[in-house]
Design a protein around this ligand. Structure first.
Ligand code: FNR
Length: 191
């Protein structure tokens, strides 16, 4: 069965390096035979999670839409910026909303059993690597199998060509391989 992968960046920024990065991995996963949906979290604006708001108004429409998209996919390709050594508030907020169970639904239905591959890009020297430590921990603790392979692209402001590819062929191959690895892993476990 063709694996379905959801690809997105943890940044809302229009010229986001992480949006560029996840696009490369998404194309590679598609070329490897997966069905890939590349989405932009900017298209699903959500209020800051608040349990009172949830109790009074329920899941916002965009939260429900986003959660259904997660449920409909087997794998996650995530490129996360590092903000103050962790993930962005936007990404955490999306995870928090999507993690909320509907009545009579098993907990963490949108995450449990999914497989994820992680990457990051930052103008800094570590490429956002410290944020990936947190993201790996968060996703692992909500039931996602996170592949050991990951890539952090440092000096991201110099790393991309105008056409969106990476200037360093090794890095380009690394991101391509990450996308392909997720696709082939999902094909194996779904066979
Ligand atoms: C940053 N940035 C940053 N970079 C980094 O390598 N380590 C860090 O801890 C931080 N912290 C941080 C905090 C805040 C509030 C902002 C706005 C930025 C820089 C960040 O990597 C840079 O803005 C990237 O370009 C963000 O990713 P996108 O939007 O280009 O994908």
């Amino acid at each position: 069965m063709t694996p379905r992968i959801l690809a997105f960046a943890g940044s809302l920024r229009r010229e986001s390096f992480n949006k560029k990065l996840v696009r490369i991995a998404a194309n590679a996963a598609r070329d490897a035979g997966a069905e890939v949906a590349l989405i932009d979290l900017e298209d699903y604006p959500l209020p800051l999670f608040d349990q009172d708001l949830e109790a009074e108004q329920g899941m916002p429409g965009n939260g429900a839409k986003l959660k259904q998209i997660f449920i409909d996919h087997d794998g996650l390709l995530v490129a996360s910026p590092e903000y103050n050594t962790s993930i962005t508030a936007d990404l955490k907020n999306a995870i928090d909303w999507v993690s909320r169970p509907a009545p009579c639904e098993p907990p963490l239905a949108a995450f449990r059993g999914k497989v994820a591959a992680l990457m990051s890009a930052s103008p800094g020297a570590l490429g956002g690597l410290r944020g990936l430590v947190h993201l790996r921990s968060i996703l692992g603790n909500i039931g996602v199998v996170v592949l050991p392979d990951q890539i952090a692209v440092a000096r991201a402001h110099e790393a991309f060509r105008a056409n969106g590819s990476l200037t360093d062929p090794k890095q380009q191959e690394g991101i391509d391989t990450l996308g392909r690895t997720l696709a082939s892993f999902l094909m194996k476990i779904k066979a």
